[in-house]
Design a protein around this ligand. Structure first.
Ligand SMILES: [Zn+2]
Length: 203
């Protein structure tokens, strides 16, 4: 099954710059989710994304809407699409991208779409959940794996993948449910370079 294509996007926004090498990159993430998405799922998603993305050089700031009054070094819009409840799928979706990013004229755009239905199907493919619903914390963490993957593509402005870890080109159920899935050294290096660029603007 393939789950994750590789695009991601993000966009480097605005030419806002840090005040110096010591200032963390402020990443504003505007998360849009269907109203039916539970607080437990969203909290689990946020925590896992922060675990993966937050590092000494970057701070993740979650927002529910864009008001244009805040300054961020990078801004991303993450949209959870479809049904993002923990209900087990009546019918599995044909495998397709779990997440994607918009690219316009070869330029990465700051819009990331996540297919909740595809994630739910990926979690249920070749597996019968012993519970009537997917546990909310696990579902949120699975969504976060896809969100984080796309965020790294966006921040690094790269479509490169690793052979293992969070930036594998495809995710299966085990990847989505693994207790820990982290960035492999190549992606960590790309992310470090990208963050350094982001901070350096004020020099
Ligand atoms: Zn990818």
């Amino acid at each position: 099954m393939r789950s994750l294509p590789a695009f991601a996007i993000l966009i480097g926004l605005a030419g806002s710059t840090g005040a110096g090498g010591a200032e963390p990159v402020r990443l504003g993430v505007y998360l849009q989710a269907p109203a039916s998405t539970s607080a437990e799922v969203l909290e689990s998603l946020r925590l896992e994304v922060e675990r993966v993305v937050s590092r000494p050089g970057i701070q993740v700031h979650w927002r529910n809407q864009i008001d244009g009054n805040e300054a961020f070094h990078r801004v991303l819009v993450v949209r959870l699409r479809g049904s993002c409840t923990t209900e087990l799928p009546a019918v599995l979706r044909r495998p397709a991208a779990l997440g994607s990013t918009h690219v316009n004229n070869g330029r990465v755009q700051p819009f990331i779409d996540i297919s909740c239905d595809q994630v739910t199907s990926a979690l249920s493919r070749n597996w019968d959940w012993p519970t009537p619903r997917i546990p909310g914390d696990l579902y949120g963490r699975a969504l976060a794996r896809v969100v984080s993957h796309e965020i790294v593509h966006a921040l690094t402005e790269s479509v490169d993948h690793d052979e293992c870890g969070l930036m594998k080109p495809f995710f299966d159920r085990h990847d989505l449910l693994a207790r820990n899935l982290s960035l492999a050294p190549p992606s960590l290096a790309r992310l470090d370079r990208a963050l350094s660029l982001g901070i350096r603007g004020a020099d």
